[in-house]
Design a protein around this ligand. Sequence first.
Ligand code: TPP
Length: 646
Amino acid sequence: MPTLLDTIDSPDDLKKIPRQDLPTLAQEIRETIIETVSKTGGHLSPNLGVVELSLAIHYAFNSPKDKVIWDVGHQAYTHKLLTGRRKNFHTLRQFEGITGFPKVSESPHDAFSTGHSGTSIPAAVGLACGRDMKGEDNKVIAVIGDGSMTSGISFEGLNQAGGMKKNLLVVLNDNEMSISPNVGALSSYLNKILTGQLFNKMKDEVDTLLESIPGIGKQISQFAHRVEEQVKGIFVPGRIFEDLGFVYIGPIDGHNLEHLLDAFENVKKMKGPLLVHVVTKKGKGYQPAEDRSHSFHGVSPFDVDSGNVHKKQSAPPSYTSIFSKTMVELAKSDEKIVGITAAMADGAGLAEFAEIFPDRFYDVGIAEQHAVTFAAGLALEGFKPVAAIYSTFLQRALDQVLLDVCLMNLPVTFAVDRAGIVGEDGPTHQGVFDLSLFRSFPHMVMMAPKDENEFRHMLKTAIDHKGPALVRYPRGSGLGVELDETIETLEIGRSEVLKEGQTAAIFAVGNMVAPAYQAAEILEQEGFDVAVINARFVKPLDGDAIEKFAEATGCIITVEENMLQGGFGSAVMEFLEERNIWNVSVKRIGIPDQFVEHGAPGLLRKNYGLDAEGIAHTVRKTLESKSKGLKGHLRDLKQAVNIQLS
Ligand SMILES: Cc1ncc(C[n+]2csc(CCOP(=O)(O)OP(=O)(O)O)c2C)c(N)n1
């Protein structure tokens, strides 16, 4: 027998389902999401928390005419199931399957492509202003979590919308969690609304005020107590939003469909900036995810019955875990080291540091720009801040890195995790821009380790460096190499020759060193004698090594898991031009001028020629075209000589 979900290919189909059957549909959706994510991996607990909320939004509003923007977009699975992607839902996050985030090119119901926190309100304000300029009358709805609400641009959006009195709806999905428990003053404020403390506090304050009025104050206060319910109406719980120009409605139980639908039906008739505060539970309806919502925030394939993640066959430790361990080791002997995260203590490997050194750890919320300038302040006070931020999220803080850190040449370390191809989360999360973005910043030192052992030395090198330094390292496991007992500083700007060779020289960066080495081995079988150099530093470059191998081989190949434009290969070409070294062929391997879509990292690397076979192939082709070029030159020379002689 078909389920209710089987009958839904659009929000219009959803509206045919009687209101009383919606809880059954919610249950079916939960089961589908759990079943699918257990196979594909994905964002489970954020999605289970918003099943009823998504149903109510699509029941009450009219997508795609009404525009719904999902902040971050990691909670849009129900939305996808209701908007024509049910049949392909099993391909979630797989290469060429449906994406894990809203994407305008995937569906007209995805009003905005998201992936990073805090964009929903600014985008909604833009859509609302555009609508008004065109004289249209659709609704614009931004759905944002309490974690993402802490990001600066959310407030920039509220500020504009409230000031302009724009017609738009913000749905604040409050589960008191970011990935880890939410932090900061806004979070405490929301928590006080939920526990009623805010009402009590405001009531006490007003009581004191009234009682202080000479003569009649006491009587007014007693009267107010008798009509407490009315008084409650005066003490608006979402005062902070009201003061910013929004009408606040809530808090509403986000799992009670009747309440949600009533609220949205009412809100539809209202004008101006509105904020509906909805309270949900992350992981709702699946006990392991309710109990450990942070572990199920983004989860690998798992067993549905036990909730246990499928173990990979004994993989070496991840770069993140090596970072975590090394930070603790280094911080034990250097009390100036401070750890900073922007709401990613677990993901970025600072949870253990936070436990051992609570006084030297700061979680600033989803606020990368603030994190960087905050680090600059700490550095000016003589500390050695280490900001552990994923490559993709550090993009947010370009100006802060440039002007608040590099300009003052401050000793801030950027531990740039998830650099390179990240995989299934797709273009919003691939960390393939950092080398290009930060390479042009004066004073910045940039490095990438070939393995986890070198990573430890690089982290110390960065922390001990007297100016800004960035270490970028990939998602996932290291190579399983032995770790040196003592952690040393490396000579800045010095590369490492791993294999000598006469035919060509491959300069590889970070995680591309291992496949470059394998490529050289493949080529050796075919009679090519190829050198392999671990670049170690992208800035400053090891100019001596580049010059030496350019002269010795006449053929340099660069490999990086980064955009080709402005990356390491570009740096090498600039260097050759600066030194007037012309007699060398250069081929760059990296990501061409396009966004890297979602898919398994191994597959994506293969597609971009960033595996051993791909690198070997490019080296062969480069040598072939070089020798064709040389033959051409020889032929031209011969002809010129013949002409001279005749
Ligand atoms: C700029 C940016 N920094 C960090 C992240 C990583 N991140 C993804 S979801 C998330 C927590 C979001 O919390 P909230 O908005 O409350 O949504 P919930 O997961 O609780 O539903 C974080 C920090 C991000 N997506 N964007």
